[in-house]
Design a protein around this ligand. Sequence first.
Ligand SMILES: *Cc1c(COP(=O)(O)O)cnc(C)c1O
Length: 313
Amino acid sequence: MNFPNFTSSILQPISTPEWTKRNLSVFVKRDDLIHPEISGNKWRKLTYNIQEARFRKNKTIITFGGAYSNHLVATAVAGKLYGFSTIGIVRGDELNEKSNETLRCCAKNDMRLLFISRSEYFLKADSEYLRDLHHEFQNSFIVPEGGANYYGIIGCQDIWKELPKDLDHLFVAQGTTTTSCGLLLGCSDNCIIHGVPVLKGFHSISEMSKLLSEASLGEEIIQSLINDKFKMEGNYHFGGYGKYSMELLQYIKEKYRQMGLKLDPIYTAKSFYAMEDYISKEDLQNQKIVFIHTGGLQGCKSVEEKEKITLFE
Ligand SMILES: *Cc1c(COP(=O)(O)O)cnc(C)c1O
């Protein structure tokens, strides 16, 4: 298939009687609908990485992820679609390609999986480790964990091409912060980006500063962008990465019944919760707000299995 095959997503209005009363226009940017497996922001982050790998005539894409990584699946599927072989380096040498649905899906899409110990995985961005990878797997393009590089950022900046310019607030979940960095770089004048980290004890601002400096921005520009246009919503991790409460699962069910919106317990339910909380605590009136639905719904299956519940009914 020819690349780039830029895919856009719809902007869906949602409302509650309360929001209508306060004259709030709230929209969901449905990036979760972009592709069933290369979902949401993973597609955005891979777009220019794949384009660059193709430009360099690389044959193989190598990347990294944990056992439940949406990014690994997305890379496997996108690689297959666009004619690259893929290698996924997975954290945890106790795992194998049948350990869970995520890894099975990677393997099914011909990704070669290498399971390494946590201590080796720790070296994933180390320059000598990367040099050795280039030596072992010749002619390959290495994408960091979560697609967190310059190409990932500019792919997410593209989301602004599909957003109205008169937004007041934008809410987005944060893992590596790549998506929020791209959104921040493209941010229109009066908009505030609210980043909702799903990790406990996470420092959004230092992570974002590090990543944005890779996008060749000067330190002063980065600091002023972050100070003027970014707000971290740090109290919505529900215990940390991959953790959730029964309250959060109930919330997911409720949002589906209320709005027909499917949220996942790892990322989007936490960030949507943060948005609703912000709207009510700040008593917002007459504002235009966008929630970026970053996808991740394949992560629901394992939670439903584990908890023996059905989230969307
Ligand atoms: C990976 C992922 C994120 C995190 O995005 P970053 O760019 O790493 O901050 C958010 N939401 C979903 C659904 C994801 O799969």
